[in-house]
Design a protein around this ligand. Structure first.
Ligand code: SF4
Length: 343
């Protein structure tokens, strides 16, 4: 039986690509990739949506594969560059295809399927980009794009006849109408709206990540995870202060704190949880206490008692709420943008 491995985000296009192959009797194993940057099946900002519901409805298997540090290296130094923000879409596709190639060998599959549509995305879904991606992944001629195949050069599986080219599609461009019509034909009714991409396409997140990499070329996973939450302040040559904006941020900060970090908060008032990471001198902790007072419900008081815990100690700092000038001089802020990450 002809077997294929499909890159599968759980979105409409990758689901349809699988269904178009399956209706030719091809056995498909789908692989959904996860990264530290939001392509997580539980994450609304993600390229990936719930991959299991269509799999259950149509009867194909889904494997999850975390790209972990391999992806971080690609983000830091993509051979084909970043997109508008820190998204290295071409290198990202190549990495996913290389991983899928390993699965293809393990499973004895014949080729790889993707849900890409010619002309749909400016960077990675162009006629001249597909062959480049395929070559770089070591898969020239072995990647079938069922949704646009009729507009592309025949692949090896089409030439050898294990895939019937006539039963593939010729979709082109950004309109989703042909896909929606095809979904109806298949009885696929529950599919997500198109996603904008992972967190690396978010300008504010990308600005924070660039800033982090400029100060710490090999950031820890926790440093990267913290980029999603809170307001961020850089204390030159010393450390970083992150201020929770709400209960969700505070919970994340608490869960990501290490033994060497300091946590600050104001007792008895609505308060952010603040984390200080790096060389926390007395001066840095006093500044963090001022920020804590400023973002707490006690900000109208002339002086606020801020609790500090970390490095096995606990103490209080009496702090004046930070002034606007202090906030502006230390905040890591994309000029002209609100500090809200699109997630
Ligand atoms: S948006 Fe680009 S970089 Fe992010 S996961 Fe999708 S293809 Fe990869």
């Amino acid at each position: 039986m002809t077997k294929a491995i499909a890159l599968y985000s759980g979105g409409l296009d990758s689901t349809l690509a699988i269904l178009v192959a399956m209706r030719q009797g091809i056995e498909v194993t789908a692989v959904t990739f996860l990264t530290h940057f939001g392509c997580d099946i539980s994450d609304k900002s993600s390229c990936s949506k719930d991959p299991f519901s269509a799999a259950a409805q149509f009867g194909f298997e889904v494997k999850l594969c975390h790209l972990a540090d391999k992806f971080i290296e690609v983000v830091k130094k993509p051979k084909f560059g970043h997109g508008k923000n820190m998204n290295p879409c071409i290198d990202c596709r190549i990495l996913m295809l290389k991983e899928a190639k390993e699965l293809m060998a393990m499973r004895g599959a014949d080729f790889i399927i993707t849900g890409e549509v010619l002309g749909q995305r400016p960077m990675s879904q162009r006629r001249d980009t597909f062959p480049k991606i395929d070559r770089e992944a070591g898969l020239a001629g072995s990647i079938v794009r069922p949704l646009s195949a009729k507009l592309l050069k025949p692949t090896i599986p089409e030439q050898t006849g294990i895939v019937d080219r006539e039963r593939l599609c010729g979709f082109n461009g950004r309109s989703r109408k042909p896909q929606m019509a095809l979904a109806k034909e298949f009885g696929l009714t529950d599919y997500p709206a198109p996603a904008g991409g992972c967190l690396l396409t978010d300008p504010i997140y990308s600005y924070r990540l660039r800033e982090l990499l400029a100060h710490e070329p090999s950031p820890s996973l926790k440093d990267i995870q913290l980029l999603r939450s809170g307001r961020h302040f850089r204390i030159p040559d010393a450390c970083k202060i992150i201020v929770g904006r709400n209960e969700g941020d505070n919970n994340i900060i608490q869960s990501l704190a290490d033994g060497g970090d300091y946590l600050l908060w104001v007792d008895g008032f609505g308060s952010p949880l603040i984390i200080v990471r790096g060389a926390a001198t007395d001066g840095v902790l006093r500044l963090a206490a001022s920020l804590c007072a400023r973002y707490s419900d006690a900000k109208g008081l002339p002086s606020v008692n801020v609790s500090v815990a970390g490095n096995g100690t606990g103490f209080k700092i009496q702090a004046q709420p930070a002034t606007e000038a202090m906030l502006n001089s230390y905040m890591i802020q994309l000029p002209g943008k609100e500090e809200v990450i699109n997630q």
